[in-house]
Design a binder for this molecule. Sequence first.
Ligand SMILES: [Mg+2]
Length: 234
Amino acid sequence: MQDIRNKVKVIAFDADDTLWDNQSYYDDAEKIFCSVLADYADSEAVSSALLRTETRNMQELGYGAKAFTLSMIETALELSGGRISGDKLGQILDAGKAVLKMSCCPLPGVREALEEIKASGKYEMVLFTKGDLLDQRNKLVRSGLEEYFGHVGIVADKTVKEYWELCGRMGVDAGELVMVGNSFRSDIEPVLKIGGFGIHVPFERTWQHEVVEEYDHERLFRVASFAEIPGFLL
Ligand SMILES: [Mg+2]
């Protein structure tokens, strides 16, 4: 394990399920969706069908609540053979739109840790999130955490390519970047691949799409909570 204090210049933070709870709002919407479709399939079958639709639509619709809502509607039409009522479609639409209004209250210890890192003046702090531009921006405003980030990057996906671009934008080498996030697939693996550092803060729930096999790495640190992060950096 390498000491990152003397190497890193930029800390990039994931937003959803790293700074605030996001997944449980999606899970709640999916529960409503399953109950609305109970006449057509059991909840396990509805959830699998929805994940299939979301995966199929990923290339065109990307991530976020709007993509999720469209995929729910498409799945409902598919599972009902086009016979679902307007009333039920309305309920699905409402469940999807409720996700756009999630509270984005910072998770325990997040604000204090960001404050401590910012006060040190040692690093440039970046928010780096994927999803719908407007939705992600609105969530950041609702979280009240905007003041901590000198740069906000909202991208369609977080792969090796987007991390290279982030380094270019910030004027640093990959070895001067550390990414903090809950998703091994989006926040950790691509950063390790380009030569950067990762701090993995797992969240209690993970969207099935983000699940990948995890592994140890000399540039990967694991913490149980966000509050432990300043200990690695200051
Ligand atoms: Mg996340």
